[in-house]
Write a protein that binds this ligand. Structure first.
Ligand code: SF4
Length: 200
């Protein structure tokens, strides 16, 4: 009798764990890669552990320091890095002064900059950030650190290094990549969209 009750509880426990696992997997695969929201500047449950500038009147050791990753040969100063109070999650936040208005996606260069910070922080803190925030003056984007994004930024870095070495490169000119680029219509002969609205 006792053995039968124990076996029933064991089967129930295994079933419960399997259901929990299925729900977690579903949640992981359904999570959006990018999500646009009205901008907010609060990070409840997080502590600021780095800023690209010293913070007056606050404990700010290491703030303003140029961060370097030997593994990726990358350096930079993310605007802010937050750490979750419960746990060890690291979240970079990058601020942009302009507005994004109705655009459904962030500017590609801004996205790659945040993706490069994901790599930098992964090496420095020994923990891969699972997401970060790109904040424009009007909206902000939740950006998940996906395998595809990491692949894209590593490929872009490799292309840029090759271009610096041999002086040759293929521009990735398109309406989307060029429309907010400062070089478009000024110094770049490959721009696809002039800022005055004219086609090339
Ligand atoms: S305008 Fe030129 S430099 Fe700027 S994104 Fe387009 S191709 Fe690249």
């Amino acid at each position: 009798m006792f053995e039968k009750i124990t076996a029933n509880w064991l089967s129930f426990g295994i079933l419960f764990l399997l259901i929990l696992l299925a729900v977690l997997l579903l949640w992981r695969t359904r999570r959006p890669h990018l999500q646009k929201q009205p901008r907010k500047d609060i990070m409840p449950g997080f502590t600021l552990i780095y800023a690209d500038q010293k913070q007056s009147g606050k404990k700010s050791e290491g703030f303003g320091k140029l961060l370097y990753s030997a593994k990726y040969d990358l350096q930079g100063k993310p605007d802010y890095i937050f750490k979750k109070r419960l746990g060890s999650a690291i979240v970079p936040v990058e601020l942009k002064s302009g507005a994004i208005k109705d655009a459904p996606l962030p500017h590609p260069g801004d996205l790659l900059q945040l993706a490069a910070y994901f790599l930098l922080l992964e090496d420095i803190y020994g923990k891969r950030p699972s997401y970060g925030w790109l904040k424009y003056s009007d909206y902000m984007f939740y950006v998940r650190n996906t395998r595809n994004l990491r692949k894209e930024v590593k490929q872009t870095m490799a292309d840029m290094r090759k271009m610096l070495e041999d002086g040759e490169g293929t521009p990735n000119a398109s309406f989307v990549t060029c429309r907010h680029c400062i070089c478009n219509g000024t110094v770049c002969p490959y721009g696809q969209y002039h800022r005055n609205g004219g086609e090339v």
